[in-house]
Design a protein around this ligand. Structure first.
Ligand SMILES: *Cc1c(COP(=O)(O)O)cnc(C)c1O
Ligand code: SF4
Length: 396
């Protein structure tokens, strides 16, 4: 339970990097330059398990190892099952390919009319503007291309992408992603946002970023000024475990919010990290307190070497059932599965309906009690019902 305790008021401070001057620690370019990227650096701070050693040896062929000092401090080096550690330190499972796993499990490349643009839904596009992230998540959906460890040689061509969007008036929504768009320089990001704002049919611009979580120092006043200038810009951040929701992240979210950026969160359901109702509830509560609305909970995509993270869909449904009605409606994310091969996102919902006929729908509420709601049918009542338990069939 120790990970669930509420530490959202606490600053993490500099942890292993006490000797570094505060202004360097606060400088996002220092954080990037001083990332942990190899086994030697890892072993300077922690003892790797044999499982991790095998994973680290393989990482260079799959997805680069990289962790910002700020985020590395969140790892519990005495606990091999630390939920931050599981997300960041490669394990042997990455070397194994299981049935059904694919490099491009969402068929993104097939739906890509020009390099960097994925046009799967009629009215919106995913615009991949970089293949780099501040740190790399071992379960990443786009591990085929991000960090370029697999020689995928993705070269984002903004001009080509922008021209595609300009010439397709049906595109009203552009989602900047990657990689992480907030790794671009202020100048490049401003240029992109300015160009998108000039396109009359683009009415909605959003950014998917894990930078506030890995590198809250990147959310500078200069950056938030850009969001103000070209806003409204919506943002989906990516937090999987309450341990990630530090005071530093909360402050970064506050800076974004105060600049008028509405914030949502996307989590991936991950074995050993957040496949637990108490952990998920602590996470969504903490997100709300940081002005972040839980948006999606993803069933993990079928990436190669990801089976050690896989969670049974029934467990995901049980987690959603444990939230809906039991806590604030705003706190409940939509659980989705991105259909393998490129069918798009499909909602997965616990089934509350027991029966529907022409006359009535019978369903259970969050407590499991059976209720009914009459549909159509001839009215036989002569007066409004006075029965306070009208509709309740069976309290479980
Ligand atoms: C997830 C995704 C979107 C955005 O979907 P929303 O449900 O609108 O958030 C758009 N395009 C692609 C290819 C996606 O994978
Ligand atoms: S931040 Fe996003 S794109 Fe980057 S490695 Fe993590 S999941 Fe993949």
């Amino acid at each position: 339970m120790s990970y669930i305790e509420d530490k959202s008021e606490w600053y993490e401070g500099q942890g292993h990097w006490q000797h570094v001057p505060a202004e360097q620690w606060q400088d996002w370019t220092w954080q990037l330059k001083n990332r942990i990227t190899n086994r030697e650096q890892l072993e300077h701070y922690m003892t790797l398990t044999p499982d991790e050693k095998a994973g680290v040896a393989f990482a260079g062929q799959k997805l680069a190892l990289s962790i910002t000092p700020y985020f590395f401090n969140l790892i519990d080096r005495d606990d091999p099952n630390c939920p931050i550690r599981l997300q960041m330190i490669p394990r042997e499972g990455e070397t194994k390919v299981s049935a059904g796993e694919m490099l491009d499990s969402l068929g993104e490349d097939e739906h890509s009319p020009v390099s960097g643009v994925v046009h799967r839904y009629p009215d919106r596009v995913l615009f991949l503007v970089t293949d780099r992230c501040a740190a790399y998540c071992r379960y990443c959906t786009r591990s085929r291309m991000v960090s370029n460890a697999q020689d995928y040689n993705f070269h984002p061509e903004y001009e080509q992408g922008l021209r595609y969007i300009e010439s397709h008036p049906e595109i009203r929504d552009v989602l900047l992603s990657g990689g992480d768009p907030l790794l671009l320089s202020d100048r490049k990001l401003e240029h992109l946002l300015a160009r998108l704002r000039e396109i009359p049919h683009v009415e909605f611009i959003r950014i998917g970023s894990r930078i506030p979580v890995f590198l809250p120092q990147r959310i500078t006043p200069k950056l938030t000024e850009i969001f103000k200038k070209y806003g409204p810009i919506w943002m989906s951040i990516h937090v999987n475990h309450p341990r990630e929701a530090t005071a530093e992240l909360r402050d970064a979210c506050e800076r974004l919010s105060f600049a008028g950026v509405p914030l949502g969160n996307q989590s991936v359901l991950l074995a050993g990290v957040n496949d637990d109702a108490d952990v998920m509830k602590a996470l969504v509560h903490r997100l709300l307190r940081m002005r972040v609305r839980p948006y999606y909970l993803y069933q993990m995509d079928l990436i190669t070497g990801g089976s050690h993270f896989k969670v049974d869909v029934r467990k995901g449904l049980e987690i959603i059932r444990s939230l809906r009605g039991h806590t604030t409606g705003y706190a409940v994310p939509q659980y989705v599965i991105d259909a393998p091969g490129g069918g798009g996102k499909v909602p997965l919902n616990p089934d509350y309906i027991e029966q529907i006929t022409d006359d009535e729908v019978v369903f259970r509420n969050y407590e499991g009690n059976l209720h009914r709601y009459p549909l159509g049918g001839e009215s036989t009542a002569t007066a409004p019902s006075q029965d306070p338990n009208y509709g309740l069939i069976d309290a479980s």
